[in-house]
Design a protein around this ligand. Structure first.
Ligand code: ADP
Ligand code: MG
Length: 155
């Protein structure tokens, strides 16, 4: 069953808190990050990767479309599909292999560009930024959202 959770982020520290809650409350799967340019999709991903234990830079894959990571022997892929010309390119990139890898985590900015090829997400975060306040609407499985919510307010 899919459900919703709304969180309000008033600082980057809140975004870091959300990232930690995502590590604690969501394991593997496909995540969609939706929001305008500058909404904070890449920033959230950066904190998420750091919370998972990644050290070093997190580049925005704007031109490369995907940036692979290996954290504690887990394959993690950060996609930015903003410049994808045709969803079919995802097939050519081998998206199916990425999705089928055991325990893989795929974080996708601009998933709308991959419509028709990308399967439904396990978790979707929609970020709306207004006056430097970010409203994040999460949708996914109820138990997963509950775990994220509990961690967010506990951190
Ligand atoms: P997107 O990937 O959605 O285009 P970015 O993450 O690249 O957006 O840019 C977001 C910008 O907003 C960054 O410069 C970041 O430092 C700034 N910012 C300010 N407050 C926040 C916040 N609470 N969460 C995320 N980013 C924030
Ligand atoms: Mg981005």
């Amino acid at each position: 069953m899919s459900d919703n959770l709304n969180l309000r982020l008033t600082s980057e520290q809140d975004t870091a808190k959300l990232a930690l809650a995502l590590v604690q409350g969501f394991g593997a799967g496909l995540v969609f990050l939706i929001g305008d340019l500058g909404a904070g999709k890449t920033t959230l991903t950066r904190y998420w990767l750091q919370a998972l234990g990644h050290q070093g830079a997190v580049k925005s894959p704007t031109y490369t479309l995907v940036e692979p990571y290996n954290i504690d022997n887990r394959p993690i892929y950060h996609f930015d599909l903003y410049r994808l010309q045709d969803p079919y390119e995802l097939e050519l990139m081998g998206i199916r292999d990425y999705l089928e890898q055991d325990n893989s985590l795929l974080i996708v900015e601009w998933p709308s560009k991959g419509e028709g090829i990308l399967p439904p997400a396990d978790l979707t975060l929609k970020i709306i930024c207004e006056d430097d306040i970010r409203q994040v609407e999460l949708s996914g499985e109820r138990t997963v959202l509950q775990g994220i919510e509990d961690s967010f307010y506990a951190n």
